[in-house]
Design a protein around this ligand. Structure first.
Ligand code: 5GP
Length: 125
């Protein structure tokens, strides 16, 4: 069920619990600003989620409230995960679902990083 991305951040969400170590995840990368882990239900041979460590619901929330260092750190982390997982040469796709029309299910900003095969058209028609 998609979330309402206009609601304030709710720190009981599943990714907040992963960040607090209450729920396990298959970690790919971590630094001061970001955590990356494998999606529990992969939609491609490589399907990694990258999340900022701060309490942000969506990209627009993060861009409005995030500190410059957090934003830079998060964006750099996404690029590093792509490079470190060999995705640059074959290519890959980033996706950030937001709110109802975006189909966002977890109310903590996350960027999906897909790769490992040709990913087809951008959106289902
Ligand atoms: P959204 O639809 O919000 O963009 O995507 C949420 C993603 O989180 C889905 O691809 C889903 O498979 C993944 N996910 C949901 N719960 C968990 C979990 O507990 N652990 C991991 N690693 N991924 C999860």
């Amino acid at each position: 069920m998609p979330i309402d991305a206009t609601l304030p951040y709710d720190d009981s969400n599943i990714f907040a619990r992963i960040l607090r170590g209450e729920i396990p995840s298959k970690k790919v990368y971590e630094d001061e600003f970001a955590l990356a882990f494998h999606d529990i239900s992969p939609a491609a041979p490589i399907h990694i989620l990258v999340i900022p460590k701060g309490p942000y619901v969506s990209w627009d929330d993060f861009s409005a409230r995030g500190a410059d260092a957090e934003i830079a750190g998060f964006v750099r982390a996404i690029g590093k995960v792509a490079r470190d997982n060999g995705l640059v040469a074959p290519g890959y796709r980033l996706l950030a679902n937001t709110g109802g029309h975006g189909g966002q299910e977890v109310p903590h900003l996350h960027v999906h990083l897909f790769g490992g095969r040709a990913l087809g058209p951008m959106l289902a028609r």
